[in-house]
Design a binder for this molecule. Structure first.
Ligand SMILES: *[C@@H]1O[C@H](CO)[C@@H](O)[C@H](O)[C@H]1NC(C)=O
Length: 135
């Protein structure tokens, strides 16, 4: 393999190395106050696709405002992932460990708003396996 081919390989594979595998749950209103922004909802995306960061990505609060691309890989609930390899973009607005409402499953990498979760999986599934990458 020459240098040029090596560069090409790096260009092809590097974007994927930024993606991680984890789990997602969903959570229900009330979505405020949040542990990121209190009662201020101006950081919430207009399309209501947001997330609460689990311990793995909370990063001591640095996660607030981060945007992630999230894809459903699989689930213990048969047929939970929507077909077609759909990716949802979410903004972190809260800390999953300190939510004011119930999550569908504990200890997930992130908990998604119902609007976000529904775009990639059936809300009948309490938890899904995801691939996610920070934007
Ligand atoms: C949010 O608003 C409620 C109701 O007005 C208030 O009780 C609460 O202290 C506020 N929380 C924050 C974090 O500002």
């Amino acid at each position: 393999m020459n240098y040029r081919q090596l560069l090409l390989l790096a260009a092809v594979f590097l974007p994927f190395s930024a993606a991680d595998v984890g789990t997602a749950s969903s959570y229900v209103p009330p979505y405020v106050p949040t542990n990121c922004f209190g009662n201020d909802t101006s950081a919430f995306p207009a399309d209501a696709s947001f997330a609460a960061a689990g311990a793995a990505i909370w990063d001591n609060g640095a996660a607030c405002g981060r945007k992630y691309e999230v894809r459903c890989l699989s689930s213990d609930t048969p047929g939970a992932c929507v077909s077609g390899d759909v990716i949802v973009m979410v903004t972190v607005v809260d800390q999953a460990a300190r939510l004011g409402s119930q999550q569908s499953a504990a200890a997930a990498t992130m908990s998604l708003s119902e609007t976000a979760f529904r775009q990639i999986a059936s809300l009948d599934a309490p938890a899904i396996n995801i691939e996610y990458a920070v934007l």
